[in-house]
Design a protein around this ligand. Structure first.
Ligand code: ZN
Length: 195
């Protein structure tokens, strides 16, 4: 079993998706394209190298972008109003294990048929046999809750994942604000301990 790691970042001030230019569902406010980039977003001066906006858009500094820019799966869009900052998305998509990750999906939207609330205690639990490839990968499942006001737009976001080798590259790059936690599933319940 290969270990993998979920990227965890500092909070970056601001709502990335709550923009008049984002296409979103009229019923629930969830944006239609989770990889949409808010080109008007401004990253504040206190932000570190890696973080997530209040509504979970992944944002990286020039230093981080220089390290990961040519990795498989990495998609970077520069933010014109924040020179040196990029919105990070990911094109390598892996199968999330909803059962062992204990995925909960609640309150379906009658307009777009998506769930307004999606959460799990184990957000980096991959299906059996799935290994994280080189570069950056993401879960096919997305997590997060719509706001109760549909006019306030929101995205649901995947977990961003790296394998052990690329976790080492991130550590070596001294990306400030970035931490990682090991991707786990719910431990299997057994009636007797097996040694
Ligand atoms: Zn909807």
């Amino acid at each position: 079993m290969h270990s993998h790691f979920e990227l965890v970042g500092q909070e970056i001030k601001g709502f990335f998706y709550d923009s008049p230019t984002a296409d979103a569902c009229d019923g629930c406010g969830l944006v239609l394209n989770g990889e949409w980039t808010n080109l008007d977003f401004e990253v504040g001066p206190q932000a570190l190298d890696f973080g997530f906006s209040y509504d979970d858009a992944a944002l990286v500094s020039m230093k981080c972008a220089s390290l990961i820019g040519d990795w498989p799966g990495v998609q970077l869009v520069e933010l014109p109003r924040s020179p040196g900052w990029y919105h990070l998305a990911c094109s390598q998509i892996l199968s999330y294990d909803g059962r062992r990750g204990r995925l909960q999906q609640l309150r379906v939207c009658t307009t777009c048929r998506r769930f307004r609330e999606v959460f799990a205690p184990f957000t980096a639990c991959l299906s059996p046999g799935v290994a994280v490839p080189d570069g950056l990968a993401r879960t096919d499942a997305v997590f997060g809750s719509a706001y109760d006001h549909p006019e306030q737009k929101k995205a649901q976001s995947p977990s961003l994942l790296v394998n052990a080798e690329f976790a080492g590259k991130l550590i070596g790059g001294s990306i400030v604000g970035l931490s990682m936690r090991e991707g786990r599933c719910e431990p299997e319940r057994t009636t007797e301990s097996v040694q």
